[in-house]
Structures are given as structure tokens and as C-alpha cells.
Design a binder for this molecule. Structure first.
Ligand SMILES: Nc1ncnc2c1ncn2[C@@H]1O[C@H](COP(=O)(O)OP(=O)(O)OP(=O)(O)O)[C@@H](O)[C@H]1O
Ligand SMILES: [Mg+2]
Length: 427
């Protein structure tokens, strides 16, 4: 890697070595000294905002203004005036003449973030300023000149926006003289653990706590997660775990509480815990296992709520707790396609909208029993058998050593003990 690239990474705190990321950064350094317009494209949270900063700081404009405009956040009615300024009396409330960003940033750089959100009438003005350096304040007919370098960014599909008539094609090509693509995190798996460690150090320092560390299985798990929110999501995840988790070594189980399982399913097949696929038959069996685990967790939750209600008496529950319980049970019945919605606490209004509810029917405990009995419905038996088989296979493979079997199954020893009991596999 060139020294220049390494310097940029150090200066901006950019972590990662993936070739496509390096290319994007190198391209930024290359185009910086020119005045060419640049369009940065990439999913949300990939780090697009580094690019205009690098370009500005590496250009001869670096001592001139650098202005960031979030086009998606400015109301349509005021954006022209924000960008290009207005004359006194141009509209109600325009009590004085005001300079816009294009005038203030003369000689410098403007970063137009979320450029795809610009209203069409603003796009016309922007095209003009890009082509000729000319603009007019709102309410004025006097042409002004400015010399501004534009870097724009978008996480929306611009081709689609053009097709839908929401973005001008001529403006797109004008902005897109050079395009820089920021790769999504899922395409640079090798950077995920690096980023995790960087954020773990940052947040340990910020919150004065020991650093979080991933165990090897957790590294594998996280590297195979799809990260729809990209680096931002990873950063938030590490921050949250740094503050919440007592145990500083994070394992797969802990991680899976934070990273939603359903978007994670395909990689489970490849974890060291699940080892060779052939050991466990096919992928489907593993899916069954995961679904079954989730189902059991939900049932555990239900038993817990049921216990709580029995011990504390339903009348002692707060309205918030009642709402939660209602939601738990209504979701279950909706998922089962059961139209007899089984509200735990009756109410004539939608549960979510009415936190202060509800009367408690005396027979509500029966509802709980109903739900527990549901576990034995015929269609679930095949899943149950599958799970039982998997457990038997895992125990046989590890000659009855439960810790190893639990590891292989990707569940906690506690859960395995529970299931061994449940299926009478104790001998
Ligand atoms: N390679 C990286 N190294 C360190 N931090 C990064 C990296 N990429 C992104 N980040 C951090 O992730 C967060 C999100 O990045 P950024 O704000 O640039 O996303 P974005 O691409 O502009 O997303 P959006 O389209 O949602 O605005 C920021 O806190 C940024 O510092
Ligand atoms: Mg951004």
C-alpha cells in the first residue's frame, strides 16, 4: 500500500484493507487536485462521507470553505434559498438579503449529501451552476458567479430515479464525471473483525470499560453476517455491547442476541461449530434446528410471562406489561394463521396504540394453557423429531460429552440439558 494511502487512512481513522475500499480512497486522492465533479455511490453506512473530506483536504481548495449540505434534510420550499441565497422580499419572511452556500463556498468545496433527494427545480439551478458557474439568488434576476467544486453522494439507485423522472439525466452525468463506489461491508469480510476491534477500543476508552473481544466462533459468525446497515450498524452494535454486556469475551450465542438470526441463516452451515455439513445431513436440518431453538425460546418466554402473571396476579401488571403480553400472543396467533386473535388482555382498541388499557378476564390463565398445549400440534412433530435426531447424533458423535455436543449444535449447555430432559435422552 502506498504511503499516501496509509497516511489518509491514519488521518481520517479509516479502517480496512479490502482492495475495493483502497481503490475508492486512491481514486479520491487522484482526483482531488482537479476540479472534476465526483459522485460517491454506496449503501447507507459504508463511509461515503470520508470521500469528500479527503478530496477537499487533498485539493488546492483546502484552506477555503468546505460545506456539507444534506439535501434530504432541507424542506423543498427552502432549499433553493439555502443553496443560492435570496433577495430581501423574495418571499414572506425574507426580511433581508441572504447569501446561499454556493456564494459562501466560493473557492471551496460543497458536499451534496443525498443528492438524489434534490427537488427537480433545484436540479435545474444546480445544473446551471455546474456548467457555467452561474446562479441567481431566489427573487433576483442578477446573475452571479461562483467557483465551487462539487462532490455529491447517494445511497439511492440513481438510474431508477432517472427512469421515474425524479432525477435529471443531464445533471446525473454532469455530477458523475468521476464515480467512486464504496463497497458494502458484506463484500469486505476481512475488514469486519478489524473494524470491530477498532470500535471496541474506541468505546472501551469512551465508556472506561475493558475492551470487548470476540471468540473465534463469534468472529466467524460476524464475518458472515450481511450487515444491511454496514459500518454504521457494526459501530452501533459494538457501542451497545460495550455498554450492556458484563462478559467481555463475546461468543456466538451472545452475538446472535444482537444480530438477527433470520438474516444470518445461510452462514450457520459454515460455522466451526456446525463443522462439516455432512456430519449433520443437510442444510435443512440445521434450519430446523435454528427455527426450533427460536420457537423454544419463545415458549420459554411465554412460560415466564405465565409464571409472572400467576405469581403477581394480572391486576398488578402495568399497562405496558399487558401491552407486551398482548403483542406476544397476538403475533403468535397471526403467525399461525389463527384468526381468533388471542388477546391476553381484552381491549376494544388496537393494542399498540393504547398503552393504558385494560380489563383482565378471569379466565385468562386458560389462554396461557391453550398456548402451551399448542406446542403439541401435529404439524410441529416432524420438527421436533428432527431436533431430537440432531441431538442424538451430536451426543453419539461426541460420545456423550454434552459440552462438545452443545458446541456442535450451536446451543448452550443449559439449553442442551433442557432438551435432553425434554426428550428423555438421559441414558
Ligand atoms: N472504513 C471505516 N473505518 C472506520 N469507520 C468507518 C469506516 N466506514 C464507515 N465508518 C464509520 O461508519 C459511520 C457511517 O459512515 P458514513 O456516515 O460515512 O456513512 P454513509 O455512507 O454516509 O451513510 P448514509 O448514506 O447513511 O449517509 C461513521 O461513523 C463512519 O465514521
Ligand atoms: Mg452520509
Amino acid at each position: 500500500m502506498s504511503n499516501e494511502l496509509q497516511n489518509i487512512k491514519n488521518r481520517f481513522g479509516i479502517i480496512g484493507n479490502f482492495p475495493a475500499l483502497n481503490r475508492a480512497l486512491e481514486k479520491s486522492i487522484q482526483v482531488a487536485p482537479t476540479d472534476i465533479s465526483v459522485l460517491v455511490i454506496g449503501e447507507s453506512g459504508v463511509g461515503k462521507e470520508f470521500i469528500p473530506k479527503i478530496i477537499h483536504s487533498e485539493s488546492r481548495r483546502k484552506h477555503q470553505p468546505y460545506i456539507v449540505v444534506n439535501c434530504g434534510a432541507i424542506p423543498e420550499g427552502t432549499i433553493d434559498s439555502e443553496l443560492f441565497g435570496h433577495e430581501k422580499g423574495a418571499f414572506t419572511g425574507a426580511t433581508a438579503t441572504r447569501k446561499g452556500y454556493f456564494e459562501v463556498a466560493d473557492g471551496g468545496t460543497i458536499f451534496l449529501d443525498e443528492v438524489g433527494e434534490l427537488p427537480l427545480q433545484t436540479q435545474v439551478r444546480l445544473l446551471r451552476v455546474l456548467e457555467s458557474g452561474e446562479f441567481m439568488k431566489v427573487g433576483s434576476s442578477q446573475v452571479q458567479k461562483t467557483n465551487v467544486r462539487i462532490v455529491a453522494a447517494t445511497n439511492v439507485n440513481m438510474m431508477k430515479a432517472i427512469q421515474d423522472g425524479r432525477f435529471r439525466e443531464d445533471l446525473f452525468y454532469r455530477l458523475n464525471t468521476v464515480q467512486i463506489d464504496m463497497p458494502p461491508l458484506r463484500d469486505r469480510k476481512g475488514d469486519i473483525h478489524l473494524l470491530f476491534r477498532k470500535f471496541a477500543i474506541d468505546f472501551a476508552e469512551k465508556y472506561r470499560m475493558p475492551e470487548l473481544v470476540l471468540d473465534p466462533s463469534a468472529v466467524h459468525y460476524i464475518e458472515n453476517y450481511s450487515f444491511p446497515g454496514n459500518v454504521r450498524q457494526l459501530r452501533n452494535l459494538v457501542e451497545q455491547m460495550t455498554v450492556v454486556e458484563r462478559e467481555r469475551t463475546v461468543n456466538v450465542e451472545k452475538l446472535s442476541e444482537y444480530i438477527p438470526m433470520e438474516t444470518h441463516l445461510p452462514m450457520v452451515v459454515n460455522t466451526p461449530n456446525s463443522q462439516k455439513q455432512s456430519d449433520f445431513g443437510n442444510e435443512r436440518e440445521i434450519m430446523y434446528k435454528i427455527l426450533f431453538d427460536m420457537r423454544n425460546d419463545i415458549n420459554d418466554l411465554k412460560s415466564l410471562t405465565s409464571e409472572l402473571i400467576k405469581n403477581r396476579g394480572a391486576n398488578d401488571l402495568s399497562s405496558q406489561e399487558k401491552t407486551l403480553i398482548n403483542r406476544l400472543y397476538t403475533q403468535e396467533t397471526q403467525q399461525n394463521g389463527n384468526s381468533n386473535s388471542l388477546l391476553y388482555f381484552e381491549d376494544s382498541h388496537p393494542v399498540v396504540q393504547t398503552p393504558t388499557i385494560m380489563s383482565t378476564p378471569d379466565d385468562s390463565y386458560e389462554d396461557i394453557e391453550d398456548i402451551e398445549i399448542e406446542e403439541n400440534r401435529p404439524e410441529s412433530l416432524s420438527l421436533q423429531n428432527n431436533e431430537k435426531d440432531l441431538i442424538i447424533k451430536a451426543l453419539e458423535k461426541h460420545k456423550g460429552r454434552r459440552n462438545k455436543a452443545a458446541d456442535e449444535l450451536g446451543i448452550s449447555q443449559r439449553t442442551l440439558y433442557r432438551k435432553i430432559k425434554q426428550y428423555n435422552l438421559e441414558d
